[in-house]
Ligand binder design. Structure first.
Ligand SMILES: [Zn+2]
Length: 489
């Protein structure tokens, strides 16, 4: 089955760089691209008009947690009022024994919502960096049903994080759990690598640099080499982690991971914000950016999430200039890869006080080609003959950008995930006219909403101070829920 996309601005890959063809065309047959660039005159079976649209390679989102749920709200609310449980500690450090995993139906609902939400907002390949828990078969079914391309496996660690009754964060060693977790992850990859029509692939997830012991990180890297899969860990993500690694190893998280052989071209680091280049740690020794560049590791930068926490890379441009491979992810909601392009671009300008950095070219490359390095793929992140037919049609005529001469600049300047009209993965149309084709969107949303409400309702039962969600993240204005209005009458 040959399908021709014609009439739009086509971002084709010429072997070294993206280039933009006005009134270009893309031909794909089954799951592969046959032609990308100028006009195509051969016979085709189906046509798809891209008039007024940008035809772009699907974005590779380096940071998706498919258990992403109510926790995101506690994590990122812009007025949250608890400094010490910043970042993921806000929901990942409960009173010991008080937090119970969500029911499997809730996990099933949320992971379908995450995949659908990511797809609709321009992600065609999701790097699952932790959150695959519970029912493995259902996870594979969710990948299969939604049609997204995923790299992942269950995350593991051998140091759990808890809060005591006085609100003090502590780490508790559980070596057996770490060993078993790695074993499970290897078993998952052996069973499911290549499942869902080849769209589900393996990647080993050592949860966080400071929640995994050095032996566990080394064992993870050894297993990844043996399996031929990439590795991911969160590192340089917050100051607590930075200081703990400093205390334990007298090195920065980046230097530590480099010294134990964890960093190479098959390694992805979530965030890597707190490095020797960042002003907050005030750490004057070494050069983490040089280390990252020399090892060839990829940084999975999540611009908007970090901006909401008043943090950013120092800086996107300085990392690029140092030769670091920077890719882009969303982490939390909104998983909007189009908006992330603008956040990456603008934050680079602000951080460096220089409007000539954070160029549209560089942020677009970061969302497409950069991830191919740690994935070891040359058939993703590009529209070229032989590449996978992972394609976005983005409506650039309706951007709030006025008239444009360059659709990539217009996209970075004014686009959002809501402008994504059509999403094709492996040659299959999954989103058309901004709506899901294969799954019942309303049902997915309703179930995920219910699962999230239940999560919020349980928060006081595992919080050290018993605080409810409204106390942790105060509403903008006093809220008048329906139940209260009825009582007042
Ligand atoms: Zn994360």
């Amino acid at each position: 089955m040959k399908t021709l996309i014609e009439g739009g601005w086509v971002v084709a890959y010429d072997g070294t760089s993206h280039e933009v063809w006005e009134e270009g065309s893309v031909l794909f047959e089954d799951d592969r691209i046959v032609h990308a660039g100028g006009a195509y005159t051969g016979a085709v079976d189906a046509r798809l008009s891209a008039r007024g649209k940008l035809v772009a390679p699907g974005f590779i989102n380096t940071h998706v947690h498919p258990a992403g749920n109510g926790g995101d709200y506690l994590l990122l609310d812009m007025a949250k009022n608890d400094y010490r449980t910043a970042n993921y500690m806000s929901f990942a450090a409960p009173l010991k024994g008080k937090a119970t995993p969500p029911p499997s139906a809730a996990m099933a609902a949320v992971r379908r919502y995450v995949f659908l939400h990511a797809l609709r907002n321009g992600t065609t390949t999701a790097i699952d960096v932790g959150g695959l828990r519970g029912d493995w078969d259902d996870y594979v079914r969710a990948v299969d049903e939604t049609g997204v391309r995923v790299y992942g496996s269950p995350p593991f660690r051998d140091r759990n994080t808890f809060t005591d009754s006085a609100g003090r964060l502590y780490y508790e060693v559980d070596t057996a759990a770490g060993t078993q977790g790695l074993k499970d992850a290897i078993a998952f990859i052996k069973s499911y690598d290549g499942a869902a029509g080849g769209r589900l692939r393996g990647l080993l997830n050592a949860a966080q640099a400071e929640t995994c012991s050095e032996p566990l990180l080394r064992a993870c890297k050894d297993a990844a080499r043996e399996l031929g899969v990439p590795v991911h860990t969160h590192a340089g993500g917050n100051l607590i982690e930075f200081q703990r690694i400093m205390e334990e190893y007298r090195k920065t998280p980046i230097q530590f991971l480099a010294d134990i052989g964890f960093l190479d071209e098959r390694a992805l680091l979530g965030h890597a914000v707190f490095t020797t280049a960042h002003p907050w740690p005030h750490y004057p020794f070494g050069d983490d950016l040089k280390v990252l560049a020399e090892r060839g590791a990829t940084v999975g930068y999540c611009p908007y999430k970090y901006a909401k926490m008043a943090m950013t890379l120092h800086s996107f441009q300085r990392y690029l200039d140092a030769g670091v491979n920077v890719a882009i992810g969303t982490d939390t909601y909104p998983m909007d890869m189009v908006s992330e392009l603008r956040w990456a671009s603008i934050l680079a300008k602000i951080t460096d006080a220089n409007y000539q950095v954070g160029l549209p070219r560089d942020v677009f490359n970061a969302a497409t080609l950069a991830s191919c390095k740690f994935l070891g793929r040359n058939d993703l992140g590009r529209l070229a003959p032989g590449a996978k037919a992972d394609i976005l049609l983005i409506d650039v005529d309706r951007l709030g950008a006025g008239f444009y001469a360059d659709p990539i600049k217009a996209l970075v300047d004014a686009g959002s995930g809501r402008d994504v009209d059509t999403v094709i993965v492996d040659g299959k149309v999954l989103i058309q006219g901004g709506r899901a084709v294969r799954v019942d969107e309303d049902e997915v949303y309703a179930k995920a909403r219910e699962a999230t409400r239940n999560f919020w309702n349980h928060v006081p039962s595992w919080r050290w101070d018993g605080a409810d969600v409204d106390r942790i993240v105060p509403p903008a204005f006093p809220m008048r829920p329906v139940s209260q209005i009825v009582q007042d009458r």
